[in-house]
Design a protein around this ligand. Structure first.
Ligand code: 0PR
Length: 388
């Protein structure tokens, strides 16, 4: 650290230089992210609530109410009549809290968790932290977990089953109804990772898309991850964990001997009130109608992109269920690199040897038209290795 500090002006000028090195969402070239530019009301709410610490919530009762209300809004969306939960740092912490509760409830000596092969990599960290053995269930031809495989993976050591509603790589939705039935039959905890899909799927049915049930209407679902900092247009960090009811909380509580509240239930101690305030502000401002509009636009653009890719001769890995498009080329890795040289940032998924594009709210039709133009030029120039 410097002996003598710099002026505010000098510091801000230096900061700006760092900021300029970062990519922004505005030019629509980030096609690989599940985050987006926060909604303007979320930015304001975030600034207003920089002081509150939900880790010592007795000092900040207003922020605590905001967190409770934000959680209630999510619970209402996911049909959790008696749900409780928290606004946490993201999907990883939300999934961690769910499996922490499941493990502690079950008391197994050699605890195992059944995960779809498509589960997000956060579960690898969580298994490592919690001493859980991951047991992977296989997928069907549409990249959804096979219920029969899940059932075969269950042993007396199984403390939880996980299903994903909106997988990270392809946006597919596991058959949560079937997993719920299996969970009930075997008396096992079912956690649904809807970190991405939780703020999309509830709006799809009204728009003519087929969206299967994945929420607390299903008896076996004990917890759901749903992240405001993904499709909720809330600044990072803002994850969400909802439990079916408060009974679970006893299994993850820690006494806080000298704080204003007696118990803490999240992994993080000090937690910003800004995340809860920003999420609350977006929910209140957009309402279901506002979310529907955004989801409808993302889904229309998804259809636009996927049909144009097919027309160009590329192969889709699956027909998109949510706002994620995955496709293959003859040499997909090389295509990723060429697109990068044109400024386009897409994900390469090694497991499926495909390109993944996430149509987040910052993506406009003109961005996709420019992308498709560059893509067809690249493919024409190097037809032999890139055309599928
Ligand atoms: N569950 C699912 C289904 C996810 O897709 C993710 C993250 C998580 C859990 C973990 O959430 P956190 O990252 O909030 O802890 N999915 C994105 C991914 O891995 C996260 C992301 C977002 C990565 C933006 C890169 C990026 O630019 O792709």
């Amino acid at each position: 650290m410097r002996d003598k500090g710099l002026s505010r002006k000098a510091v801000l000028a230096a900061l700006k230089k760092f900021l300029e090195q970062d990519r922004g969402y505005a030019d629509g070239k980030i096609l690989c992210s599940m985050c987006t530019s926060p909604h303007s009301i979320a930015r304001t709410a975030h600034r207003w609530f920089l002081n509150p610490n939900l880790g010592d919530a007795g000092l900040f009762p207003g922020s605590l109410k905001l967190e409770k209300e934000a959680v209630q809004r999510l619970a209402a969306l996911l049909n959790g009549e008696n749900s409780v939960g928290f606004i946490v740092s993201g999907g990883t912490e939300a999934n961690l809290l769910a499996l922490w509760a499941a493990r502690n409830m079950a008391c197994a000596c050699n605890p195992e968790v059944v995960l779809p092969e498509s589960a997000h990599f956060s579960f690898k960290k969580i298994c490592n932290l919690l001493g859980l053995k991951p047991v992977y269930a296989s997928l069907d031809s549409a990249y959804r977990v096979k219920p029969s495989s899940v059932e075969k993976c269950i042993t007396r050591n199984t403390v939880a089953i996980v299903g994903t509603a909106g997988t990270t790589e392809l946006g597919t939705v596991d058959p949560i109804d079937k997993l719920s039935a299996i969970a009930v039959t075997h008396g096992v905890y079912l956690h649904v990772d809807a970190a991405f899909g939780g703020l999309i799927i509830p709006f799809l049915n009204d728009m003519g898309y087929e969206a299967k049930e994945f929420d607390f209407r299903l008896e076996g679902v004990k917890s759901i991850t749903v992240d405001p900092h993904k499709m909720g247009m809330t600044p990072i960090p803002a994850g969400g964990i909802l439990f079916r009811d408060s009974a679970v909380l006893d299994y993850i509580k820690t006494e806080t001997p000298y704080l204003t509240e007696k118990w803490q239930y999240t992994f993080a101690g000090t937690r910003s009130g800004a995340s809860a305030a920003a999420a609350w502000a977006v929910f209140e401002h957009l309402g279901r109608e506002g979310f529907k509009k955004i989801v409808r636009r993302c889904m229309r653009l998804t259809k636009f992109l996927s049909s144009r890719l097919e027309a160009l001769g590329f192969t889709l890995v699956v027909q998109p269920q949510l706002n994620i498009v995955a496709f293959k080329a003859a040499d997909t890795k090389q295509l990723v690199e060429k697109l990068r040289q044109h400024g386009w940032l897409v994900s390469y998924i090694p497991r499926l040897d495909c390109i993944r594009i996430v149509i987040m709210p910052h993506i406009r039709k003109r961005h996709l038209a420019a992308f498709l133009k560059d893509l067809s030029h690249i493919a024409q120039a190097d037809a032999s290795s890139l055309k599928p």
